[in-house]
Design a protein around this ligand. Sequence first.
Ligand SMILES: CC(=O)N[C@H]1[C@@H](OP(=O)(O)OP(=O)(O)OC[C@H]2O[C@@H](n3ccc(=O)[nH]c3=O)[C@H](O)[C@@H]2O)O[C@H](CO)[C@@H](O)[C@@H]1O
Ligand SMILES: C=C(OP(=O)(O)O)C(=O)O
Length: 421
Amino acid sequence: MDKLLIRGGRPLRGEIRISGAKNAALPELCAALLTDEPVTLQNIPRLQDVATMLKLIRNMGAKAEFSNDGTVVIDSKELHFPEAPYEMVKTMRASVLALGPLLARFGEATVSLPGGCAIGARPVDQHIKGLQKMGAEIVIEHGYMIARLPAGQKRLKGAHIRTDMITVTGTENFMMAAALAEGETILENPAQEPEITDLGDMLNAMGAKVEGHGTGRIRIVGVEKLRGATHKVVADRIECGTFLCAVAATGGDVVLKDGRADHLGAVIDLLRAAGAEVEPRKDGIRVSADKRLEAQSFRTTEYPGFPTDMQAQFMALNCIAEGDSKITETIFENRFMHVSELMRMGARIDVDGKVAVTHGAEKLSGAMVMATDLRASASLVIAGLVADGETLVDRIYHLDRGYEQMENKLRVLGADIERVK
Ligand SMILES: CC(=O)N[C@H]1[C@@H](OP(=O)(O)OP(=O)(O)OC[C@H]2O[C@@H](n3ccc(=O)[nH]c3=O)[C@H](O)[C@@H]2O)O[C@H](CO)[C@@H](O)[C@@H]1O
Ligand SMILES: C=C(OP(=O)(O)O)C(=O)O
């Protein structure tokens, strides 16, 4: 099993490019299934979740070509098996994003229920209820959601959908399903993440009628057919935020090309309050820090609030900053698994339910640690970059799910990091 070996203590300096967003690429690969014409997606990151999604799509009978320049062309004209089997879904919860498009285009879909995962139970009840409101008949059998349209009905029907909580992939499933439904769909409390805006833009390029994506109310007027299109995936704000924290924590000076400061307001405000310099540029973001940072309290919330996907990385930074911080995780019930590993490196953290309190340590010390989920892995890498001596991060298959070439990018910036077996 691959591990990352890091020798800490080097400030990061130089320039790297931020990749396309995992959380936009995954729904957009599914959106390509809404048409029988070829769809070209540019700026697709080469990471494990994308490989899994391509495998899933090909298993359905679609063609998907991934070129070296990051372009994927999907042709789902011959799609004949509208199913997402457990074997593929179990490693990637985003497979649930196949449900809306398959149902909308083929009138049927069989998608394995995703299991619970390390960060929380993550049910999909809202996806099911919303699609049922659009007229789908969905039964759960043998661990699968088996969805179809009522006999004699050719299309889903537009509906008013208000979910019990804001859900990102739920909103995406409804947008994709509604794009081909009969009539108007209103999403009353949709997610507003930049990945939602990007998906809406892609659907519109395919001929859909989506309005209000990125706001608190989305209106979709269904069309009978969607066409092929070319779309460039938005930059990954979480990869960018991870590098912002890594640079600030190590006291470096880096330009993150293609990074979108306008998608990282809450994280950038906090980094500045901590004492880092963050300068938005036309083609990216420059970040630097030349003194010990001050720890910052925050709570995770839906966009435009502080993202739960950045909580672990900012916690690593707080652990070596001056003073205490209070971190409240409001989105997932079990997203503090990095805490015990950070503590093995000398971090001082108290956890009580959804609140973690950090007490800044002067330094961390390198240790053997275990990654437990994607962003937990990133927080351990940041801790390793600032720690004394060697840190060995095990189980980095979690990291590989969602970061493209992380260790290579860090090496370009001067980090002493290598992948070992
Ligand atoms: C592929 C992708 O884009 N993943 C992101 C997406 O996950 P994902 O879309 O799975 O997360 P949601 O926004 O749906 O989850 C928000 C909360 O709602 C709950 N919930 C959600 C749906 C449902 O049917 N029932 C239910 O109870 C979840 O358990 C969670 O507590 O948004 C999360 C929150 O920003 C991010 O951490 C993930 O990186
Ligand atoms: C939790 C994440 O992803 P996923 O929803 O794919 O598990 C993440 O990107 O941090």
